[in-house]
Design a protein around this ligand. Structure first.
Ligand code: SAH
Length: 452
């Protein structure tokens, strides 16, 4: 549901939870923000006064260093600044280990170099418009983008791990039927700076020291958007996440989640080395297509084959198959048995035990959805069928529910739904996987049917 530019409703009003406490606070632009909070006495929300929001990458006269990974930064220092390569490393540490963005504070750089940097570069991080901790320790940031858009980033601490859920696009074009982001349509891809900037904002807030006091231990590309539709920027940002001069996360601690863009899974296998999660939700094509329209273009067998290729390339790799549990839709014993068969086939194909892992996600409701969460006992029964078939199966604990930060509830503001969608539509059409509906980009499964 698009919201008017002058009012941000945060989190989205929901009657499902019986929220009735309404707090009105003032926005950075002195406009009222209506915030409907559950247990508002327990949750302290902070509004950061910030300058009017602009993109951290678009139309900047100077190079935003946050847009560059180590390789790009080295090139910038050597080729543009005529400086030594190791200077790039010093600056990277200032930015990602000490959260310094002002070159004047980078005290181990000479005066002349600092002046040169001032002239040619800048470090622009996304502005925090709003942040909100949850009673369960989850913390959500609303980050301002250009054109009045905003995206959300969520930190989830569980059992000694700290996982950050990062967005890759403003909105999403895939139109998965049970995802609240889909209801917003697609606006644009995030730049590298806007993706790694989410990590920067969270890590700074947490006082994360990558090599000493590591609060942020995992990143999952499971926020808004389809990361494989924004391949280059996502891969570059993930390279900074895994770089010792960046956030120093092990490859397996950075997870990319995809709805299943088959050719891009192959490309990811060639160009990056991260954990792969695939949003499966159904083991058979008819059901999966009704939930994830992209399945018409890349059906289950092709998707599984791509996952096999991904795993075979890397020793001891595995794929996590996400399965959102929706009451009466995909949560019955026959669905579990079909899923178990598919997972066993996968293990056999790659000749490895537990190459396929299943993560059951209880559906998170949002206003206006026609789906419901599966009852607890059905989820347990489903899990047991899988476990009895020796499929490693976990159930995701629902976190951040009270601040609409749970899976599929990330819903930043998405405006400007037409112009940029039209541009993006062209790209999708060029790849043969989309056409346009009246005012939104949709994955066009009918067209694909004819094309295949
Ligand atoms: N586009 C990517 C990443 C974003 S969604 C993908 O499809 O994987 C991250 C995960 O949350 C996906 O598995 C998605 O299917 C799941 N999800 C989306 N909406 C949900 C909801 N309302 N409840 C539970 N899980 C949801």
């Amino acid at each position: 549901m698009p919201r008017s530019r002058s009012r941000i409703s945060f989190p989205p009003p929901t009657s499902a939870r019986g929220n009735d406490a309404v707090t009105v606070i003032k926005s950075a632009e002195s406009r009222p923000i209506e915030s409907t909070l559950i247990e508002s006495t327990l949750i302290k929300s902070t509004l950061i006064e910030s300058a009017p929001v602009k993109s951290v990458s678009d139309s900047l006269p100077k190079q935003n260093l946050l847009d560059l990974d180590r390789e790009g930064l080295e090139r910038f220092f050597v080729e543009t600044l005529d400086e030594k390569r190791y200077r790039a490393h010093q600056v990277m540490k200032w930015i990602h280990h000490r959260y310094v963005t002002d070159f004047n504070e980078m005290t181990d750089l000479g005066k002349a170099l600092r002046a040169k940097l001032q002239e040619h570069a800048q470090v622009v991080v996304p502005g925090v418009q709003f942040e909100q901790p949850s009673i369960d320790g989850t913390h959500k940031w609303l980050l301002g983008m250009d054109g009045g858009n905003a995206i959300e980033t969520v930190f989830i601490p569980v059992d000694g791990r700290g996982t950050l859920c990062v967005s890759s696009q403003v909105g999403c074009a895939l139109n998965c039927q049970f995802c609240s982001t889909a209801t917003q349509g697609f606006n644009r891809n995030l730049s590298t700076a806007e993706i790694i900037g989410q990590v920067w904002v969270a890590a700074k807030h947490l006082g994360n020291l990558p090599h000493q006091r590591r609060k942020l231990t995992n990143v999952v590309m499971m926020g808004m958007g389809e990361p494989l539709m924004n391949f280059d920027n996502v891969v570059r940002a993930m390279s900074v996440m895994r770089d010792d001069l960046g956030y120093g996360l092990a490859n397996k601690r950075v997870t990319l989640s995809t709805a299943g863009i088959v050719p891009m899974i192959d490309r990811l296998g060639q160009e990056s080395d991260v954990s792969l999660a695939v949003s499966l939700h159904a083991a058979d094509d008819a059901l999966r297509t009704s939930l994830v329209p992209l399945n018409k273009k890349y059906p289950v067998a092709e998707l599984m084959a791509a996952c096999e290729r991904y795993v075979k390339r890397k020793p001891r790799a595995s794929v996590t198959f996400e399965y959102t549990m929706m009451k009466g839709i995909n949560d019955q014993p026959q669905h579990a048995r079909a899923l178990a068969r598919l997972m066993r086939q996968f293990d056999n194909a790659v000749q490895m035990h537990d190459a396929a892992k299943v993560n059951l996600i209880p559906f998170n409701p949002y206003p206006g959805t026609r789906f419901e969460r599966s009852p607890e006992e059905d989820i347990r029964a489903f899990q047991k069928i899988l476990q009895d078939a020796r499929v490693l199966t976990t159930v995701r604990r629902t976190r951040g529910d009270d601040i609409n930060a749970a899976c599929g509830q990330l819903k930043g503001q998405v405006l400007d739904r037409t112009r940029r969608q039209a541009e993006f539509k062209k790209q999708l059409q060029a790849r043969g996987i989309a056409t346009e509906t009246r005012d939104e980009v949709r994955i066009d499964t009918e067209e694909v049917d004819h094309a295949v």
